[in-house]
Design a protein around this ligand. Sequence first.
Ligand code: ATP
Ligand code: MG
Ligand code: MG
Length: 385
Amino acid sequence: MADKVVGILGGGQLGRMLAAAASLLNIKIVILDVGEHGPAKQVLFPTSSQFSHIDGSFTDPAKIQDLAAKVDVLTVEIEHVDADALAQAGCPIHPSPSTIKLIQDKLAQKRHLEAHGCPVSKFIPVQSTVGSIHAAAKELGLPLMLKSRTLAYDGRGNFVLRELSQVPEALAALGDRPLYAEQWVPFTHEIAVMVVRSTTGEVRAYPVVETIHKENVCHLVFAPLRTRDATLSRRAQHVAEDAIRTFEGAGVFGVEMFLMENGGLYINEIAPRPHNSGHYTIEACETSQYENHLRAILSLPLGSTALKVPACAMLNIIGLSSSMAEVKALTDVALTVPGASVHLYGKAECRNGRKMGHITVVAESDAQLRTRLRVLLDALPSSPL
Ligand code: ATP
Ligand code: MG
Ligand code: MG
């Protein structure tokens, strides 16, 4: 497997975990991102100049060409890349640049899903004007979820409009970004499914997980989803698989969904890459999302997506301030918890709301998982549960 070199646009934590998986299969990785010592580059020591990383932006066409010249296949750990430049790269790219381009514009993504019969809640394009947002609120009701079409992550780009008097505040917060509006979804739970798709179009879903968000950021993931609804997990996996079949190219995809009181499902959004809700697969599944992404894009046999532990939870380590003190306090506790695996991303600076690492806890039962997780939640300054 050492004969194929993979280039990754983006060198954050997802690239770091892809690199860790690649090392086991002796797959060479070259990273394009700004800076010399980001999370992914730190764990990849180039053994020759051929494998030296590139210091530059994944939105810079010239740097994308430089990366393409060094590798056999290109992939992404972030969707906010220059998809048109990627399409000109002249080597295989997974998932396809057209898929990345479609997904990076959340309105285009929603239109695509709707056109292919995938369940999505109501949405409409809006202009960044008071009148246009008033009209959207009239059509879709309040509260109204205003979203930036592009460059969104961790809810930065979303504004919950509860009353019309907030429109100027919303416009100020979202700036001059292109917007659209979504109907407010009164979900009971958020769930997610990772799906891996091979170069021949085979799709395999991972187990359904429950995701718990706090202030728009994923804090906790529980795998597998616990529910009294006997059909829910299969239905959610089918929805996710059907959605991923509509996109071109190979790799893993994260499918975020809303679960309604009546058991109905809506797709919230899709990520064309490994996803936070799939970190747990490293310890809890027969093949991690990272290894399966590499297998998929290199046309190797896909690995089993089955769980190999009875119960699992993943807790994100989110920065509270510029101080690493809270991160250290939490990881010190995690090191004492049986079944807990600490992942730190090696980010140079800590910031409020920044994902600094995560902790995966595996257990023999839900009761044991709760006991183990409780120790970690009690060590948090403010618990999400
Ligand atoms: P990320 O890519 O980090 O998951 P994002 O910035 O793309 O986040 P979304 O996933 O669109 O943001 O939204 C963030 C969160 O906001 C969702 O996980 C959900 O909790 C809530 N949310 C999003 N859309 C709606 C909606 N239409 N109705 C109610 N809540 C919503
Ligand atoms: Mg998103
Ligand atoms: Mg999301």
